[in-house]
Design a binder for this molecule. Structure first.
Ligand code: GLN
Length: 537
């Protein structure tokens, strides 16, 4: 059997230090040195998955090819590592307890008292080794959600303590991500928060092997020595995680301070040659781009951009390939009225309506879409953005004034969007949507075809409602083009408008498949259309 190595990432002092980006960046460097790397996110909350959580609570729900609803950090892993994650790359306390309790009900524990130690901790360790076994990775990076000191994360940290006990010293590593703040009044970098956080970790039985210190300036040797002394690590294992302009520079900064080399040394792995030329070129070239283009995101959770993480990333990737920086203008569609469309949308070169649920903000979305359609402004609709585009067209082009989705108006006389047949008997909310990757047939000669350069694609879904085929003919006759269909021809997956420079919408979520290495073709072409629009103006 393969001797898989495990790197555990814990976080301390405060949340939001960017543990997901840290794991992704280290992963990228190790992959670029020729290792097969995968990442596991362990989330200490009790929900079985984030699928039922509000975006306000949790940000975006990231859907994988195999149809699991996972933590948004999996998006970072996929984008940085340019690989596909699966259900086994994310586990939550809820999922682990659920499985243990089901086993208990079946009688699998043969009368034993079921306890956190060893039953829950064993189940956690099975998740950890499971990822190694299933992927055959050389290195598994394990990110523990939350911050050391949280009651919820204790079983995970205890499980790691046991895991390390059962593995050779050079097969596991604990990296603790912490903050070393600069206090202006004292004109000093402060190490105490890090000392305290490591103290907590050591109380639990985990001695970190390396400290990744978020800082706004490089740590002087004396500061590293002090941290090393108090935290019981050598000062060479105190790594500067310097603030940088964009998340894409993090791997480059880590490479510069030799973080990946330290990790390989501690794991007794050969260094191989680091090959991140393409990444470096893309990131450096993009940093020097001066051209900007404004695009509006007309959604509901715009105050909380974590809900649209993958969309934001996809625009960076598309910007890289179009040599332009996309300035996103966040518009809460509840504020869009007939009287203020010009004021709110008059200066943008494209409009995107993202995915969403529920009735709030729908009328504003319809106004934005009508504006884009009539002004020949590039429009890109994603999931709900396709559904609302169909409603808008039915209302204002077909003249069906009360056309709607049954999600928003169950009594509508014209349900142009309705519940999928397969959804009708479902009552549980968790994990029951149409989820994951499905093939889609592209119609030749369409904008979709032009973008993809292919006639069959695979895209990821997360929805319950769909285009109602009873209206297909009428909509097509009025100028709507069905440009993507499920292979059996039954589900409308993409639409566009004949009489418009770039009006494209899809029932799936293309943002989930965009990568730094290769922007998603629909985002790339949308940005290109926006550039063209701007030029003509
Ligand atoms: N609420 C819509 C549905 O369930 C759209 C979902 C989405 O945009 N992800 O079909």
């Amino acid at each position: 059997m393969k001797n898989t190595k495990y790197i555990f990432f814990t976080g301390g002092v405060v949340s939001s230090l960017g543990k997901g980006i840290a794991c992704s960046s280290l992963g990228l460097l190790l992959k670029s040195r020729g290792y097969h790397v995968t990442v596991l996110k362990l989330d200490p909350y009790i929900n079985v998955d984030p699928g039922t959580m509000s975006p306000y609570q949790h940000g975006e729900v990231y859907v994988t090819d195999d149809g699991s609803e996972t933590d948004l950090d999996l998006g970072h892993y996929e984008r940085f590592l340019n690989t596909e994650m699966a259900s086994y790359n994310n586990a939550t306390s809820g999922q682990i307890y659920y499985e243990v309790i089901q086993k208990e009900r079946r009688g699998d524990y043969l009368g034993a008292t079921v306890q956190v130690i060893p039953h829950i901790t064993d189940a956690i360790n099975e998740k950890i080794t499971g990822v190694g076994d299933k992927t055959g990775a050389d290195i598994v990076i394990v990110e523990i959600g939350g911050t050391v000191g949280d009651i919820e994360s204790l079983p995970f940290l205890e499980a790691i303590r046991q895991f390390r006990l059962n593995h050779a010293l050079e097969d596991t590593l604990v990296v603790h991500l912490t903050l070393v703040p600069f206090i202006a009044g004292a004109n000093e970098l402060k190490t105490k928060p890090t000392q305290h956080s490591v103290m907590r970790l050591r109380e639990i039985g985990l001695q970190p092997d390396a400290l990744l210190c978020r800082t706004d300036r490089l740590l002087p040797a004396g500061v590293k020595q002090k941290i090393g002394l108090f935290c019981n690590v050598s000062s060479e294992a105190v790594i500067d995680a310097l603030d940088v302009q964009t998340i894409y520079e993090v791997p480059l900064q880590y490479a510069k301070v030799g973080f990946d080399q330290l990790v390989l040394k501690k794991l007794h792995l050969d260094k191989h040659r680091l090959n991140i030329r393409n990444w470096r070129q893309k990131v450096e070239r993009y940093a020097s781009v001066n051209k900007h283009i404004p695009i509006a995101i007309c959604g509901k959770y715009v105050e909380l951009q974590d809900a649209y993480k993958s969309i934001m990333a996809a625009f960076v990737h598309a910007g890289m390939e179009n040599h332009v920086k996309v300035d996103l203008k966040w518009i809460n569609t509840e504020t869009l009225l007939d009287g203020n469309l010009e004021e709110k949308l008059g200066d943008v070169a494209g409009i995107l309506v993202p995915g969403g649920f529920g009735e709030r903000g729908i009328e504003g979305k319809l106004r934005a879409i009508r504006y884009a359609r009539e002004k020949k402004l590039p429009y890109f609709g994603i999931c709900l953005g396709l559904q609302t585009a169909v409603i808008e067209f039915a209302r204002h082009v077909l003249g069906k004034k009360r056309a709607n989705s049954t999600e928003f108006d169950p009594e509508t006389p014209d349900p142009v969007i309705h519940l999928m047949e397969t959804q009708k008997a479902i009552h549980d909310l968790g994990g029951t949507m149409r989820l994951g990757a499905y093939p889609c047939k592209i119609r030749p000669g369409t904008k979709a075809h032009q973008a993809y350069g292919a006639l069959k694609v695979n895209e990821r879904h997360r929805h319950r409602y769909e285009f109602n085929n009873e209206y297909r003919q009428a909509l097509e006759r009025a100028g709507m083009i069905i440009s993507g269909l499920s292979p059996d021809g039954k589900l409308v997956e993409m639409i566009e408008l004949a009489d418009h420079p770039w009006f494209v919408a899809c029932q799936f979520h293309p943002e989930l498949k965009s990568r730094v290495a290769k922007a998603h073709p629909l985002f790339r072409e949308f940005v290109a259309a926006a550039l063209e629009y701007e030029q003509k103006k």
